[in-house]
Design a binder for this molecule. Sequence first.
Ligand code: PLP
Length: 339
Amino acid sequence: MKIDLRSDTFTTPTPGMLERMFKTSVGDDVFGEDPTVNQLEHKMAAMFQKEAAVFCPSGTMTNQIAIKVHTQPQDQVICDQRSHVYNYEGGGMAFNSLVSAKLIDGDRGRINATQVSSSLNPDDQHFPVSKLVVVENTVNKGGGSYYQIEEVRRIQEVAKNNDLRMHLDGARLFNALAETGESTGEWGALFDTISICLSKGLGAPVGSVLIGSKKCITQARRVRKVLGGAMRQAGFLAAAGLYALDNHQELLVADNQRARVLGTILEAQSYVSKVHPVDTNILIFELDQLAPQHFLNKLSEHDVLALPFGGQEIRMVTHLGVDDAMLDRFEEVMKNMKL
Ligand SMILES: *Cc1c(COP(=O)(O)O)cnc(C)c1O
């Protein structure tokens, strides 16, 4: 039994998803003629009570497009120091948009309104123009932490009063909503643009969607084109996304719950010095003395895969491909590890 806890991106399409992909109608989406892509874009715009949406190959692309749409060269983006847009997109905001980042040290990646307020630059030629706030929910490097919506409302107030745009990197927003019960409409009202990954916990093979006003998304299509992200018969992929939204959203509650079970199992092991709080489907823990690579090699001998996460930290992520039988097997492996 292989237990792949490296990332929720390792899921492969289920038979039901494949069937939906095979059967769907497609057309040339660059001409706006792919009915399935259109359906997905309309559905997601409506979910977040926005005017429009655009289907893209990756979450990196939807984030990078959003930054480009909201900024001019020389502007500054306010985000947490752990954020995906800053750490894991190849320096894209500098490369694509010629902007700098003002980094906040938030609470497990969650910034607050006071911090945003004090990050604003004065209106003076020495300083870059503060233009955009990026909020990540859930926070990947924060171990799957999620925001209290009241704090995001306070950030929105600061943004409104200071002429800042707001972008949500909601790669795993649905894992947060599975915990809070909040609606997509409530979250849509807080941001100018929202990026959602279909290829994380939702379990589609490829694709992310950027959602916003008609004006933002029209501009986003231009940027997607120049980045090479305008696809042709992309409806096969959009069909997987539609299937995921219809069938996999409700499974995220169980993913989050299984991550908590993993946390409990790990807490009981002598070689684990700390398990970080488990809020959603990401779990970060620290090894006591062991070298992380040695530990990961031992794990993989038992067909359990995880990722090193810097220092003594290891990251594990639950997803569609992890079931309860695997949790039992995992506990057995962890208890009997000869390290
Ligand atoms: C995965 C992820 C993305 C997008 O990643 P892609 O691999 O480019 O789809 C963006 N933000 C966060 C927080 C992520 O975890």
